[in-house]
Design a protein around this ligand. Structure first.
Ligand SMILES: CC(C)(COP(=O)(O)OP(=O)(O)OC[C@H]1O[C@@H](n2cnc3c(N)ncnc32)[C@H](O)[C@@H]1OP(=O)(O)O)[C@@H](O)C(=O)NCCC(=O)NCCS
Length: 113
C-alpha cells in the first residue's frame, strides 16, 4: 500500500496492490481511496496508474483486478479511465463473510487488453 501525497506533503489517500487467487490464477488485486475534499481532480486515476506501473515492473503476474461495487460510479470510472477492461458483475466477498455485488475489472499489465 502507498500513501497518496501532494507536492506540499498533504496526505490525501491511499492506493495499493496485493496478491490474491482469482478463478484459479494468481493475480494482483488493486484498491484505492481519496479523501472527499480532494476528489474529482484526477488524483485516484494518477495514483492507480503509478501503482499499476509498479506492479508491472515486478513482472510476477500478468493481470491486475479491481472489484468496485456495482453501486460505486466513481470507482468504476477510475477503472475505465486507467484502462481496465470490464469482465462483468460478480459476487465478491467483502468484508469477510459478506457477499457484495461487484464489477470484475481486469488490467493486462503486458498491455495486451
Ligand atoms: C473512487 C475514488 C477513489 C475516486 O477518486 P478521485 O480522485 O475523485 O477520482 P478521479 O478524480 O481520478 O476521477 C476518476 C473518474 O471518476 C469520475 N468520478 C469521480 N467522482 C465521481 C462520482 N461521484 N460519480 C461518478 N463519477 C465520478 C471522474 O469524473 C473521473 O471519470 P472521467 O475522467 O471519465 O470523468 C473516491 O471517490 C473515493 O475514495 N471513494 C471512496 C472509497 C472507494 O470507493 N474506494 C474504492 C473501492 S473499490
Amino acid at each position: 500500500m502507498y500513501v497518496i501525497v501532494l507536492p506540499d506533503g498533504t496526505r490525501v489517500g491511499s492506493v495499493g496492490h496485493w496478491e490474491r487467487r482469482w478463478r484459479g490464477a494468481q493475480v494482483w488485486e488493486m484498491g484505492w481511496a481519496v479523501l472527499p475534499a480532494y476528489q474529482g481532480r484526477g488524483l485516484a486515476t494518477a495514483a492507480v496508474l503509478a501503482a499499476a506501473a509498479e506492479a508491472r515492473a515486478r513482472r510476477t503476474h500478468r493481470f491486475a483486478h479491481a472489484y468496485p461495487s456495482v453501486d460505486n460510479p466513481a470507482s468504476n470510472a477510475v477503472c475505465r479511465r486507467v484502462g481496465f477492461t470490464l469482465l462483468g458483475p460478480t459476487d465478491f466477498e467483502y468484508p469477510p463473510g459478506q457477499l457484495m455485488r461487484a464489477n470484475d475489472w481486469r488490467l493486462d499489465l503486458t498491455g495486451n487488453d
